[in-house]
Design a protein around this ligand. Sequence first.
Ligand code: A2H
Length: 241
Amino acid sequence: EALGPTEYTGIKMEVVKWSPEASAEIEGKVGGRKVFLVAATLRPETMYGQTNCFVGTAIKYGVYAINDEEAFVCTYRSARNMTFQGITAVRGQVQELVSIDGAKLVGTKIRAPFAINPEVYVLPMENVLATKGTGVVTSVPSDSPDDFQTTTDLRKKPEFYKIDAAWVAIDPVPVISTPTYGEMTAPAVVKQLKIQSQKDTKQLAEAKEIAYKEGFYNGTMLVGEFKGLPCKKRNRKSAHG
Ligand code: A2H
């Protein structure tokens, strides 16, 4: 496979209510801007099934001014990359309003665009990479093995992960049907490969590969504007989902 840039779709999830820790550090410092957590995804057609969003607890994030109206929560690296995409006033110029630890973002309530459950929570995930995408991951447990396994872990041990069980209460939502695995592709693949926790990173990589191929190439949309159509069709209609 040729090496080239990966083209992600950025999902803007508006903050509805900050966690108390984030509120203490952020409120009053954003100049009245609307603030969005921005997640990078390769599967924008699955957004109907978002049930939460993930950050890394040991990752540093910032709130970055995009213009006078909007600010994005993401890693510094991705904020800088975005300044080269024509969405800010000056190329290469990053305006950080405040920096914040990922752990403090957990418990923030956000609005997930297109989701059947429009209000969801920010939760911790161990395998978030600071160097990929924006460092913010939107969670679709029906179709992403990583997301399914992580939400399963969180549900089993909310105290251990220092979360409120209510934040992870939304069940996976069927959005895509596949011939081999039905309406819950990721849970079925996780079960097939006998994955036990988000620490099983090798098996999860394999599960991700299987679920991705099956969903993207053989899946049919169950909801939304493209209900009844093959998932891969969305690529013909628009390269950006
Ligand atoms: B995908 P690739 Cl439903 N750290 O979005 C870890 N994972 C990250 C990340 C980060 N910093 N940034 C993005 N990702 C995830 C949806 C999805 C994704 C589904 C199914 C498969 C899937 C919902 N989560 O990815 O290494 C994001 O999860 C399977 C490949 O660039 C993003 O797309 O190939 C994907 O990894 C990008 O991974």
